[in-house]
Design a binder for this molecule. Structure first.
Ligand SMILES: C[S@@+](CC[C@H](N)C(=O)[O-])C[C@H]1O[C@@H](n2cnc3c(N)ncnc32)[C@H](O)[C@@H]1O
Length: 335
């Protein structure tokens, strides 16, 4: 098998140093959640700093990711273009690239992927309801104005409810890109065993694969059509303190949709606590995971080991009893 050195391993490295060592045309699917270069959540991803900074609400220090700086998007684009060019080389013809993003920088990410040669086939929308509103009032500045108290009160009253332009974020966009196929789709899938999507994978109430999903219950109609199982603490691992662990069901959904070959290789160049690798292994596929932080590499390895030793910890999203009981038919149905 190609990439023997890396197959079914989690490698501790800067991704840009490791990717050039992976063989060209050797990977079926890349599924990743990169650092977004938003302020305080940038490429120098440091767990302690990120967790300490998440909840700062003073005027001087805007909440993580909310400072507006044109340079962030440009820096992110330049860096992600290099990553995407490597991923383009590594993928088989017709191979898929799923990349999570933030609504603010999605355009930069999608442009970098596009400019690397990929076809942007679609964007998924991961809906959620639970997120903190990040906008701030301006009372603090009004207080500092050199005018009398009565005038200050008047301004405050006038601006009641008006806050800084940060909308509450309730979705996460995920780009779905594809390396162009070799001749036709049929030719590509017969030759390279990748390039088509599995329409037998169904969410919720037998919904044909769609570009919307949620893991939190929203309302009956949305739940029936778009709801995937919510990640449990057990599934993440009690010891897993990574700040942005993705739901296993989401990774499984995207891998089931796109990985055709029995021995398909799924690569996550920013694997964090290993969710993509766990999903690939659970589905009987191969994985390669990369993370620059040794601590996360160890957490990934522990989760992968637990999948062998205690498979019950990981929710079975096909025909899950627990979700069936909620009468929501929350399951992925495979015909
Ligand atoms: C958003 S997290 C991924 C979380 C993952 N999806 C999960 O479910 O746990 C991004 C990861 O990228 C890693 N990272 C940041 N910059 C990196 C780089 N240059 N090379 C490799 N890994 C990097 C961070 O350590 C972090 O764990």
């Amino acid at each position: 098998m190609k990439n023997n050195k890396f197959i079914n391993k989690i490698i501790c490295s800067d991704t840009l140093e490791l990717l050039p060592k992976i063989e060209s045309g050797s990977v079926d699917v890349v599924l990743t959640d990169p650092p977004y270069f938003l302020d305080k959540l940038d490429d120098n991803w440091d767990h302690e700093k990120v967790s300490n900074r998440n909840n700062q609400y003073t005027i001087k220090s805007l909440p993580a990711g909310m400072k507006f700086d044109r340079a962030q998007g440009k820096k992110f684009y330049a860096w992600y273009l290099k990553i995407s060019e490597e991923i383009f080389r590594i993928l088989k013809p017709g191979g898929f690239f799923f990349s999570f993003s933030s609504p603010r920088l999605y355009h930069r990410m999608a442009s970098a992927i596009d400019d690397a040669g990929f076809e942007i086939r679609d964007a998924f929308m991961w809906l959620y309801t639970q997120n903190q509103a990040k906008a701030m009032g301006v009372d603090h500045f009004i207080k500092k104005m050199k005018i009398d108290e009565k005038a200050k009160e008047k301004i405050k009253e006038k601006l009641n409810g008006w806050k800084t332009p940060q909308i509450k974020s309730c979705f996460e966009p995920i780009a779905m890109a594809q390396k162009p196929t070799d001749h036709t789709y049929l030719n590509n899938v017969l030759e390279h065993e990748v390039g088509l999507l599995n329409t037998h994978v169904r969410i919720g109430n037998n919904m044909y694969p769609a570009n919307v999903f949620a893991v939190d219950s929203i309302n009956e109609l949305i739940d029936k059509t778009f709801l995937l199982p919510k990640p449990t603490k057990r599934e993440k691992g009690e010891y897993n303190d990574h700040k942005t662990v993705k739901p296993l069901a989401v990774c499984e959904y995207l891998i089931r949709l796109s990985a055709f070959a029995e021995n398909a290789v799924v690569l996550d160049p920013f694997v964090g606590s290993g969710t993509t690798a766990v999903a690939a292994k659970k589905l009987g596929k191969n994985y390669i995971g990369i993370d620059a932080n040794e601590k996360y590499v160890k957490i990934s390895e522990r989760r992968l080991k637990e999948l062998d030793e205690k498979p019950d910890l990981f929710v079975d999203i096909v025909g899950s009893q627990k979700y069936a009981q909620r009468n929501l038919q929350v399951q992925l149905q495979i015909a």
